[in-house]
Design a binder for this molecule. Structure first.
Ligand code: CP
Length: 356
C-alpha cells in the first residue's frame, strides 16, 4: 500500500507486509513515544480530531501522537458542539474541516460514517471507530502488542471474550490475525453476541489454516489460550436496559480464575475501558500487578502506532530523526507504580517473530 495521502478506514485494505511496515515505523517512534527524544517533523501541521462518541484512549493518544511529532491538534468533541446538529451534512463538514487541517481522525456512532468523511476530502482520514464497524488503529496497536509480548504469532490460540457482535476492536484484530498462519480463534460469547458471520468468513477465506471454535463457557474457552482478549459488553448497542443487564457480568475474570484455568504464561489484553462496576467487573482489579495483565502496556503502544500512521500518511517517515533532540524535562524512570521492577515498557523494541 502507498501510505502517503492514504485514508486508514479498514484493516481489510492492509496486507501483512503493510502491517509489518507500520510496526517497523512504530519501532522508529519509540524514543519519541517514550519521551527520550523530541522531533518537530510535523511542525506547522494541524490534526482535526473529531469525536462524536465518548473516548479516552483513542482521542487523547491520537492528539498526543500528533503533538509528539510536533503538530498542533484541534479537538471537535461531541456532535452537539458541531454544526451537524443544525442539519449540516457529513460531506460539508468534512470539506470545511479539510480547509483547516492536514489530516482528520474521526469517531462516529454510525458504521460507514468515517468513509463518508473520507469521500468528501483529499486529506487523509483515519477511522477512530465507526459504530460496530471497525477500529483499525486499535487493531494495529493490539497486533503490535502481541508482536512485542509473544515469542510467536503464527500458531497461537487467542480467546476473545464478551460482546463479539458489537465490539469493533475484535473485528479489526481478528482480520489482522487472519493475515498470519495457523491461528486458533476461540470466540467466547453467548450466541446472541457471537462474532459476526462476515468476520468469520473473512478469517477462513484467507486459507491460512486457521481454526474457529465458538463456546459459551468461560473456563472451557480460556483453558488453553496463549492470549485472552477480553471486551466490554457494549451497553450503548442494546435496545433496552433489561437486555443489557441480561448479558452484564456474564464473564468475570479475576486472579483466582486465571490461576485455576489458564496457562501460566497467558497474556491478558483488553482494548479498554474495562467496565469495573460491580455488576459487570469483567476484568477484576485484583489482576493489577500480575505480569500477565498487559492492558496498560497495550494502551502505551497506542502512541508509537498512531505516530507511525501519521508519519506514513503525511509522508515524513524518513525525516523524523532529522529534527530530533534530547528531552530536557523530568520523565520518571517507570510510569506505572504497580510494576516497579519494569523500566518503561516502550523502550523495548519489537523482535520480528513471524515465520516468513
Ligand atoms: N479502546 C478504545 O477505543 O478506548 P476509548 O473508547 O477510550 O477511545
Amino acid at each position: 500500500m502507498d501510505f502517503k495521502g492514504a485514508d486508514i478506514l479498514s484493516v481489510n485494505d492492509l496486507t501483512l507486509e503493510d502491517v509489518k511496515h507500520i510496526m517497523e515505523v512504530a519501532d522508529e517512534m519509540l524514543p519519541y513515544a517514550s519521551r527520550e527524544r523530541i522531533t518537530r517533523v510535523l511542525e506547522g501541521a494541524v490534526l482535526a480530531n473529531i469525536f462524536f462518541q465518548p473516548s479516552t484512549r483513542t482521542r487523547v493518544s491520537f492528539g498526543s501522537a500528533f503533538n509528539r511529532l510536533g503538530g498542533a491538534v484541534r479537538d471537535i468533541i461531541g456532535v452537539s458542539f458541531s454544526s451537524i446538529v443544525k442539519g449540516e451534512s457529513i460531506h460539508d463538514t468534512s470539506r470545511v474541516i479539510s480547509g483547516y487541517a492536514d489530516v482528520m481522525t474521526v469517531r462516529d456512532p454510525k458504521e460507514g460514517a468515517v468513509k463518508e468523511f473520507a469521500d468528501a476530502t483529499q486529506i487523509p482520514v483515519i477511522n477512530g471507530g465507526d459504530g460496530p464497524g471497525e477500529h483499525p488503529t486499535q487493531g494495529l496497536l493490539d497486533i503490535y502488542t502481541l508482536y512485542r509480548e509473544l515469542a510467536q504469532i503464527d500458531g497461537m490460540t487467542i480467546a476473545m471474550i464478551g460482546d463479539l457482535k458489537n465490539g469493533r476492536t475484535v473485528h479489526s484484530l481478528s482480520k489482522l490475525l487472519a493475515l498470519h498462519k495457523n491461528i486458533r480463534f476461540k470466540f467466547i460469547a453467548p450466541p446472541k453476541l457471537q462474532m459476526p458471520h462476515e468476520t468469520c468468513e473473512y478469517i477462513m477465506d484467507k486459507n491460512h489454516n486457521h481454526k474457529i471454535v465458538t463456546v459459551k463457557d468461560l473456563a472451557e474457552g480460556i483453558n488453553d489460550a496463549d492470549v485472552i482478549y477480553d471486551t466490554r459488553i457494549q451497553e450503548q448497542c442494546f435496545e433496552s436496559e433489561a437486555e443489557f443487564q441480561h448479558f452484564q457480568g456474564m464473564y468475570k475474570i479475576n486472579r483466582n480464575i486465571v490461576k485455576k484455568h489458564c496457562k501460566k504464561t497467558v497474556l491478558i489484553l483488553h482494548p479498554l475501558p474495562r467496565d469495573s462496576r460491580p455488576e459487570s467487573n469483567e476484568l477484576d482489579h485484583d489482576l493489577n500487578g500480575l505480569r500477565n495483565l498487559g492492558i496498560f502496556r497495550q494502551t502505551d503502544n497506542g502512541i508509537p502506532i498512531r505516530m507511525a500512521i501519521f508519519a506514513l500518511v503525511l509522508g515524513v517517515v524518513d525525516k523524523v530523526h532529522k529534527s530530533s533532540r534530547q528531552v530536557e524535562w523530568f520523565v520518571p524512570k517507570q510510569i506505572d507504580p504497580e510494576y516497579p521492577e519494569e523500566m518503561r515498557t516502550l523502550l523495548v523494541k519489537t523482535d520480528k517473530k513471524t515465520s516468513d
